[in-house]
Design a protein around this ligand. Structure first.
Ligand SMILES: NC(=O)c1ccc[n+]([C@@H]2O[C@H](COP(=O)([O-])OP(=O)(O)OC[C@H]3O[C@@H](n4cnc5c(N)ncnc54)[C@H](OP(=O)(O)O)[C@@H]3O)[C@@H](O)[C@H]2O)c1
Length: 332
């Protein structure tokens, strides 16, 4: 099959068009014809830091919408012809290829009302956002409170805002530093926008909000770390998803809870509750089809070729991306 990947780690121009052996589905796997893929920061981070095994190419791409073309013998939930969306597993090849194999327990039914491109924008970030809100922060659906989302207009922020707005009673404050990112965050449902370049507590107080109960720290810098501690109320909760160098002692005086989200944990460790990712994707698909949640697709980067994928990586690496960029299937 055709694929896009790299043989030597490095900048975006290491990506090349490849021809590799077709994958064979294992017992619980679906074989999926890839119709659209989305790009995420994990793609350029792996491309930059992870060398392929000697003599092999590494294929990236963990955000897919496609059609099931074959199933392993123990598959129970899907059949040939089903339209699906999923993120996949980090310890298996990515989906920047014509066909792809994935464990059915981390796959959801594609939202019926979306195109493949619109659907491919959603799975990785929806899993991340859902797990942050409901598995890590365990937000109480019946309680009021304030949630600060740092990097609100990015891939994760734009779906997290929607889920929080639709499913919780939280007041949502999102950071965005440009007019276009602020506008997009508002469109996705934040109540208020503040600039991430100012101490959060100052902007929050100007809005009449004394503190945050929860902070979804989707992008953290050495400068913003103390601002997170300042803005949280005593006994508040911060969730990190990027790679900040944090020491835990500054979080002690307020008895703050720190949690981590890594959306590949369940697949990487084959946890007992791995099927929760299937369930949450199904719920997201239902919300989309009910018109409650919308796709976060903002750019289509053309068909999946090394050249187009490198451009999509470059756009994301600029740190200026809004919503999600998607590429369509590999040209035949
Ligand atoms: N652990 C996990 O499971 C997991 C899952 C998904 C993503 N991640 C990680 O989470 C991070 C965010 O992912 P993403 O897909 O949302 O990224 P993204 O789409 O690239 O985020 C882009 C947004 O970040 C904002 N931004 C840039 N620099 C900022 C800063 N210094 N402070 C605050 N906001 C800033 C920009 O808005 P402005 O206009 O406001 O600058 C931009 O709109 C990445 O590091 C990614 O690798 C982790």
């Amino acid at each position: 099959m055709k694929a896009v990947g790299y043989r030597t780690r490095g900048p975006a121009d290491v990506l090349v068009d490849l021809s590799v052996a077709d994958p064979v589905p294992g017992a619980h796997d679906l074989l999926v014809a890839v119709k659209a893929v989305s790009v995420n920061p994990v793609d350029y981070k792996v491309r930059t830091f992870e060398s392929p095994k000697a003599g092999e190419a590494k294929i990236l791409g963990w955000d897919v919408a496609g059609v099931v073309v074959d199933v392993g013998p123990d598959v129970r939930m899907f059949q040939r012809g089903d339209e699906v969306f999923y993120a996949g597993a980090m310890d298996r090849p990515g989906a920047n290829s014509e066909v792809h194999v994935v464990d059915e327990r981390i796959v959801g039914p594609k939202p019926r009302t979306l195109s493949f491109e619109e659907a491919a924008a959603l799975p990785l970030t929806s899993i991340t956002a859902w797990e942050i809100l409901f598995d890590r922060m365990r937000v109480d659906l019946a309680k009021d409170g304030t949630l600060l989302v740092i990097a609100a207009a990015g891939g994760v922020g734009s779906i997290l805002i929607q889920l929080a707005r639709q499913l919780t009673r939280l007041t949502i404050v999102g950071t965005a530093s440009r007019k276009e990112s602020a506008d997009f965050a508002r469109k996705m449902g934040v109540h208020y926008v503040i600039d991430h370049r100012r101490p959060f507590i100052e902007s929050m107080r100007e809005l009449g909000l004394p503190s945050a109960d929860y902070v979804a720290a989707l992008t953290t810098t050495p400068e913003s770390l103390p601002w997170i501690i300042d803005v949280l109320r005593p006994q508040g909760h911060v969730n990190f998803i990027d790679n900040p160098a944090i020491g835990v002692m500054p979080f002690k005086p307020k008895s703050l809870t720190i949690s981590w989200e890594m959306m590949f944990t369940r697949s990487l460790y084959q946890t007992d509750d791995i099927i929760e990712q299937h369930r949450l994707l199904k719920k997201v698909a239902t919300l989309v089809d009910a018109g409650t949640v919308v796709t976060t697709l903002t750019r289509i980067g053309g068909p999946l070729t090394a050249e187009n994928l490198a451009a999509a990586h470059g756009h994301l690496e600029s740190g200026q991306s809004i919503g999600k960029t998607v590429l369509t299937a590999i040209p035949r």
